[in-house]
Design a binder for this molecule. Structure first.
Ligand code: AMP
Length: 409
């Protein structure tokens, strides 16, 4: 990586502002998945060991946007859902030391708490997005945040595709801006896969929207991924484009031409594009009693495809055999509803088996990561990316503003 990291600078006794991504799912005050918090621990612990004064800052959800929506629809708005306080408590337990929480969303409110810090102490700011300046990348707000920092560390890979005050603007006002250890790990895994992959390199893409993934597909094809497996509702756009009936399955009609173009490009580049051969369907008129697995070409007008079938899962597994690099983003079906999680789980198992046989595997995106976690296979994947949008943008070959803003080595 060509960016400096926290290990390249002297942080002893300095106020080190660490932008973390603690945007984690919380229900009734309970954290449902703390992967992102655990992911940031190495950087935080390192800064503690070095005797820095650590100021942690993150966003959580979209409080101001949700408030506006609630007001427009005259619905109740629960401000407590957006506080980072439960996260500060959880982090304190993980670190085994106090994390002083600053309630005020105004950085000037945190100034006195920060000025009283001793070396090795940790302060956490309230949700950055409670301040309108954050998402607007407002200069004044960025300067206020910078006023709390001697050194800026970005460890929030999941937010690095956003040019916000705490991910980009702040770096204009702090002399030293470096990557955290999680950020470094993410960038190292992803850039190796993208720029210098050990081959065969197989990419698996799923989910509903082709449109969201077009830049990634094009980037992977131009980098001559060896095989591209496409599952999930995305595949139906490819089938419909070829004149195959997909019934009432989800299709993006505006993307039909693009799908054909992608197939042609893949063929010209020698990329093997593999689509499902069978799928689990239900009859749209009797969804609860009509589930069956059929070949794609047997899909009639009234059927909806909700998952890949067993034959496809076996074909995908075979395509992963011998792979040395695997990148996976997006579920193979409507995996939130059992039994339409079967295809996604089968792919998670196939990826973990290929990893055991020597492949480097990277899984990114909330849905595929939660499928891997649900299947208990998280420790069998080489790298579980904490980024969703950021991972996709990186794989699409785009520069991430939160990375670009850091000091070069
Ligand atoms: P995306 O945001 O494009 O990655 O899509 C993720 C969503 O796609 C998940 O919520 C899945 O339930 C959904 N999905 C994947 N395959 C299907 C399918 N065959 N039918 C309906 N939804 C699907």
């Amino acid at each position: 990586m060509n960016k400096k990291t926290i290990k390249d600078v002297d942080i002893k006794g300095k106020r080190v502002f660490i932008r973390v991504d603690f945007n984690v799912p919380i229900k009734n005050g309970v954290i449902e998945d703390d992967t992102r918090i655990v992911g940031a621990l190495p950087t935080i612990k390192y800064a503690i060991e070095q005797g820095a004064k650590i100021i942690l800052a993150s966003h959580l959800g979209r409080p101001l946007k949700d408030k506006k929506k609630a007001e427009e629809k005259k619905m109740p708005y629960d401000a407590s859902k957006y506080s980072l306080k439960p996260i500060a408590e959880h982090l304190s337990n993980l670190l085994g030391k106090p994390v002083n929480f600053e309630d005020s969303a105004d950085p000037d409110g945190a100034a006195s708490l920060v000025s009283a810090m001793d070396n090795g102490e940790v302060v956490m700011l309230e949700n950055l997005r409670l301040h309108a300046g954050e998402e607007k990348n407002d200069d004044g707000y960025a300067q206020q945040l910078a006023g709390l920092a001697d050194v800026y560390v970005n460890d929030a890979f999941g937010a690095a595709h956003r040019a916000h005050a705490s991910t980009a603007g702040i770096t204009k006002y702090v002399e030293t801006s470096v990557a955290g250890l999680l950020m470094e790990k993410e960038l190292n895994f992803l850039s190796k896969a993208l720029n210098n992959p050990e081959r065969p390199f197989v990419a698996i893409l799923g989910g509903a929207k082709v449109s969201d993934k077009i830049p990634v597909i094009e980037s992977l094809i131009s980098r001559k991924v060896d095989k591209l497996l496409i599952g999930g509702a995305m595949a139906y756009t490819f089938f419909k484009a070829k004149g195959i009936t997909v019934g009432k399955s989800l299709v993006e009609d505006e993307m039909l031409e693009k799908a054909l173009e992608i197939e042609t490009k893949a063929a010209e580049s020698g990329v093997e594009l593999i689509l499902p051969t069978d799928h689990q369907v239900v009859d749209s008129y009797d969804p609860l009693n009509s589930r069956k697995t059929i070949p794609i070409e047997f899909t009639n007008k009234g059927l909806v495809g909700l998952d890949i079938g067993v034959e496809t899962a076996a074909i995908f597994k075979q395509a992963l055999e011998g792979a040395k690099t695997i990148v996976w983003n997006g579920p193979m079906g409507m995996f939130e509803e059992k039994p339409f999680d079967q295809g996604t789980i089968a792919v998670a198992e196939a990826v973990s088996e290929a990893t055991e046989k020597g492949a480097t595997s990277i899984v990114g995106g909330g849905d595929s990561v939660s499928a891997v976690n649900q299947a208990g296979l998280d420790d069998k994947i080489s790298h579980i990316s904490t980024g969703g949008g950021a991972t996709l943008e990186f794989l699409a070959g785009e520069e991430l503003p939160g990375v670009a803003a850091l000091n070069d080595k």
